[in-house]
Design a protein around this ligand. Structure first.
Ligand SMILES: Cc1ncc(COP(=O)(O)O)c(C=O)c1O
Length: 454
């Protein structure tokens, strides 16, 4: 077993030197986290059982959370601007959700049966997402997408699935950089996000065998790149034209309004997939949409499709999810959070414009992503040549100032976030950028910040 974990930094350029210094400071500040990761590496590969959490030299080990703050194994308190990659919209241990969980524990966990809770949660989701004529629960967003694709293939009797470069629909449905070797073996076609011509070209050749178009209304893990309304509405038209189902993956974008991004755009998908916070902070997934498609799972019908899952209707996710939606995440609360996010993103981008550095945050509402480029970002090609060292440097510098965001640059606000936290994040970024200005990229000739500076 190693006694230290490798930093993996090359030396030479000023950015390398700055990053090596920041990582060394990080290592000295976090001996307990490092020790825990070294011990875990004896049983989990590099101590990891969830790929997105890993970064070099070693990730932080968190001990507890409260509101929108986290405490790590070395006792540092962080402003949590990551919000569990969007699943933590309620913040840590919302009192109403906690009370529901405690009550549910008293009533017993594994009841081997239907309970009234799953229908109540499904009704609440249907009230919000009007296109969910019928739905079913899963344990994760990944499973929801797997089931949506499976039923789309059965329903259409076709085999191909169109997805987009840079999209992420789960660990086995990941399409960044040419796709993942552990992807499920569907017959995938890969289009270019925000480029309807690329979709038309695929459909011209494969339209008659296309079962589904699966798309995120905003590329989430792919960098918070919003889909143009014309692109997303165009997919609806093209799917209809060739007889494929349009599956909208709203696992991340559902939080953009009470009815998700589809409500904002007036878009009517055939199927929608959901996940993240709808289980009140516990494991959750759902897929649903057109009744004629979803009725294929109706177990009272002959030759119905199976959709098993011991924990599909688990008591805690159903109960916590229902309380979250009915008692906490009101339409007003969602709108206010997204408005806060819009203002925050504008302020963060003003920090970059003020210091004339070629960085930007893209995104929508309460979800945003740091990019080490200031050119307009519309698809994964636009971010492919980003210098990851820049993001790493800002990540470690922000940690040193007690701000915890994703190593890849994701920021997702939670409900406890108030003005004071917004100001803290903006001021901390300002301080970090001012310090590192000399090693950060300069403004480009097509900078999105030019307007803000003139
Ligand atoms: C758009 C999107 N789809 C699907 C998933 C997978 O969800 P889960 O991690 O619950 O399997 C994610 C997770 O980040 C996601 O962002």
């Amino acid at each position: 077993m190693p006694t230290t974990l490798s930093a993996g930094v090359t030396t030479g350029q000023p950015i390398d030197m700055a990053l090596a210094e920041a990582m060394e400071a990080y290592r000295s500040r976090n001996p307990h986290s490092e020790r825990l990761m070294i011990e875990a590496a004896g049983v989990l590969p590099s101590g990891n059982t969830r790929s997105v959490l890993y970064y070099q030299p070693f990730p932080l080990s968190m001990e507890r959370g409260e509101g929108c703050y986290l405490w790590d194994a070395d006792g540092h308190r962080y402003l949590d601007v990551l919000g569990e990659f969007t699943a933590g919209i309620y913040g840590h241990s919302n009192p109403k959700i906690r009370q529901t969980i405690v009550q549910s524990l008293k009533d017993g966990l594994n009841l081997s049966s239907h309970t009234r809770r799953e229908a109540l949660l499904a009704q609440e989701l249907q009230r919000r997402f009007v296109n969910l004529e019928l739905l079913r629960f899963t344990n994760s967003g990944t499973e929801a997408n797997l089931m949506a694709l499976a039923v789309a293939k059965v329903h259409t009797g076709r085999s191909k699935v169109l997805v987009f470069d840079g999209a992420y629909h789960g660990g086995v449905l990941s399409f960044a950089g040419g796709g993942s070797p552990v992807n499920v073996p569907h017959d995938f076609l890969v289009g270019t996000y925000n480029d309807l011509n690329s979709v038309e070209a695929q459909i011209a050749t494969h339209g008659s065998t296309l079962a589904a178009i699966l798309v995120e209304p905003m590329l989430g893990a792919g960098g918070c790149i919003p889909g143009d309304p014309a692109f997303l509405n165009g997919l609806r038209v093209l799917a209809d034209r060739c007889g494929a189902l349009l599956i909208l993956d709203e696992v991340m974008t559902s939080r953009l309004s009470v009815g998700g991004r589809q409500a904002l755009l007036g878009l009517k998908p055939d199927l929608t997939t959901l996940g993240k916070y709808f289980g009140g902070g516990l494991s959750f997934g759902a897929f649903g949409g057109r009744a004629d498609v979803m009725q294929r799972f109706d177990p009272s019908r002959p030759r119905s499709l199976g959709h098993a899952g011991t924990f599909n209707n688990n008591v805690l996710s159903m109960a916590a999810g229902l309380t979250g939606l009915t008692k906490v995440l009101t339409p007003q609360a969602i709108d206010a959070l997204n408005e806060r996010g819009e203002q925050l993103r504008a302020r963060l981008n003003r920090v970059f414009a003020t210091h004339a550095v070629g960085l930007q945050f893209t995104g929508l509402g309460s979800v945003m992503q740091l990019h080490a480029t200031d050119v307009p970002v519309r698809n994964s090609v636009d971010v492919r040549s980003e210098d990851d060292r820049v993001k790493a440097l800002l990540f470690f510098d922000l940690l040193e100032q007690d701000v915890f965001m994703a190593r890849r640059g994701l920021v997702a606000l939670s409900l406890p976030f108030a003005d004071v936290e917004v100001n803290t994040l903006v001021e901390t970024l300002h301080k970090v950028v001012a310090r590192r200005k000399g090693v950060l990229p300069a403004l480009s000739s097509t900078s999105v910040h030019e307007k803000a500076r003139t």
